[in-house]
Design a protein around this ligand. Structure first.
Ligand code: SF4
Length: 471
């Protein structure tokens, strides 16, 4: 088992480029942009570019570094393009499901990349099948593409807006034809999308960290419900009908996004530090050292140390070069999977009372292994502190925690979880503490509260579509 996979999983990152400059190679910008979004999905990567006349594509299963190389990038000539990294929650991990998807329609060749999950996918695909649509993949993206193609008399911009109005769920889209780039963010703003500029190119990306790596500038977040079109006439927007409240997934701040990204006006690192400070106020124990579970626990641990006065140190070191591990440990190699990825600095933890900061506990298996390693290394006490409330409810909006029985906090009290992971104390950040740290309204926090801003999928949707079984 992959040792650090006891985490909520993200479901994709998207990237788009538009420039009038024929000298700009969009493929290079997309390649670098996708690298900085790799944390959002590692199952497949792909891009489509246009030289103004035709669309060229390259996609495959695997990391960005595996899918692209100097030879195939050289062939991807063009000044407009979109890219995608995928973690598949809906639709299985086949190369056919790698994105962007491409198809011909009345508007020419269309390419679409999507981050999110539709609640009404079964109804929509059924409706499309009745009209004669054929599906080659089990992705929501193909459904969206068919909906857009169905508006054959409308302009591309209108067709995208009309199609998006039929979608229920979380979605961020980047869409292109040979001469146009369009970005869409769902009316609740569940997933992030922002606009930047890299020299003379307009760039759309799931996270602003993709602009800094390219030496570009962040211009603004795409608003919930916004359909932004970029073509030879410039940049313009129209809006889908919006609900009263936005509902950005709170896990973007807690875990998914990179700390150097700014989402809806808040820098992720600063928010995580504030969570750590609030967590320190709620921690009632005493300790000698604060250590993070790298990487996402680092910012919160810094905030915790700042507010508590307990020194921060690096007690756990992550091996950055380990991808998926497939070694099956022998009985006597207990916790090998975790040990390959994380190792302890015994000088930091031996004979000490250790506070260890992490962002979440999903099943509890990895946390239990880390605590066992700490104890075996000689930690005197282990105080587990989590910079978010317990995850008690599954996500139906594109994050891979959709099976309630796998969530340790769904069926166990905090005391029972503490016993299972074998910590001396276990402190979760309270919902009040989380709200204080974020200090902004308009988030989905359904996996803590059970209040789902867009409602729940039907029983059939929860079980996956028939296409999933067949493709
Ligand atoms: S249910 Fe949880 S993981 Fe899913 S969108 Fe809402 S906050 Fe994010």
């Amino acid at each position: 088992m992959n040792s650090l996979n006891d985490r909520p999983k993200e479901a994709c990152g998207v990237f788009g480029v538009y420039t009038e400059n024929e000298q700009t190679q969009a493929a290079l910008l997309i390649y670098i942009g996708l690298f900085s979004l790799q944390h959002r999905g590692q199952e497949s990567a792909g891009m489509v570019v246009s030289d103004g006349k035709r669309l060229l594509a390259q996609k495959d299963l695997g990391l960005v570094s595996r899918v692209f190389n100097p030879d195939n990038l050289h062939l991807l000539k063009g000044r407009i393009g979109i890219g995608h990294v995928r973690y598949g929650t809906s639709g299985s991990n086949y190369v056919a499901n790698a994105q962007p998807l491409m198809a011909g329609c009345s508007k020419g060749i269309l390419a679409v990349a999507h981050n999110g999950s539709l609640l009404n996918r079964t109804q929509l695909s059924k409706k499309l099948e009745e009209r004669g649509a054929l599906f080659q993949t089990s992705t929501d993206t193909e459904i969206i593409m068919n909906l857009i193609a169905g508006f054959s008399k409308e302009t591309l911009e209108e067709a995208v807006a009309l199609a998006a109005a039929q979608l229920v769920g979380s979605f961020v889209l980047v869409i292109m034809t040979k001469d146009t780039l369009i970005g869409v963010r769902d009316p609740y703003g569940l997933r992030p999308l922002c606009l930047g500029k890299v020299e003379d190119a307009f760039v759309l990306a799931s996270e602003s960290c993709a602009f800094s790596v390219l030496g570009g500038e962040f211009l603004r977040d795409i608003e919930p419900g916004e359909v932004i079109t970029i073509d030879h006439q410039g940049v313009r927007s129209r809006f889908l009908e919006k609900p009263e409240e936005r509902a950005l997934c709170i896990f973007e701040y807690i875990y998914f996004a990179r700390p150097d990204s700014t989402i809806d006006g808040l820098n992720v690192h600063q928010v995580r530090k504030a969570m750590g400070r609030e967590l320190a106020k709620e921690f009632t124990g005493a300790a000698d050292v604060v250590i993070p579970v790298p990487d996402t626990g680092i910012s919160a641990a810094l905030g915790f140390a700042e507010a508590s006065g307990i020194p921060y140190d690096l007690g756990l070191i992550k091996n950055p070069y380990v991808g998926r591990t497939f070694i099956k440990p022998r009985q006597d190699q207990r916790d090998l999977g975790v040990r390959i990825k994380l190792s302890l600095v015994s000088e930091v933890v031996k004979n000490r009372r250790v506070v260890i900061i992490d962002d979440s506990i999903v099943r509890g298996t990895t946390t239990r292994k880390i605590i066992r390693m700490l104890r075996e290394t000689g930690a005197r006490e282990v105080h587990m502190c989590i910079s978010a409330p317990p995850i008690t409810q599954p996500c139906f909006y594109g994050i891979d925690t959709s099976v309630r029985k796998e969530l340790i906090a769904a069926g166990n009290s905090i005391e029972e979880i503490k016993e299972y992971i074998n910590a001396d104390t276990l402190t979760y950040l309270s919902s009040k503490g989380l709200s204080k740290a974020i200090n902004q309204k308009g988030h989905c926090s359904a996996c803590f509260t059970g209040t789902y801003p867009i409602g729940l999928p039907t029983e059939r949707e929860k079980g996956g579509s028939q296409l999933d079984d067949q493709l």
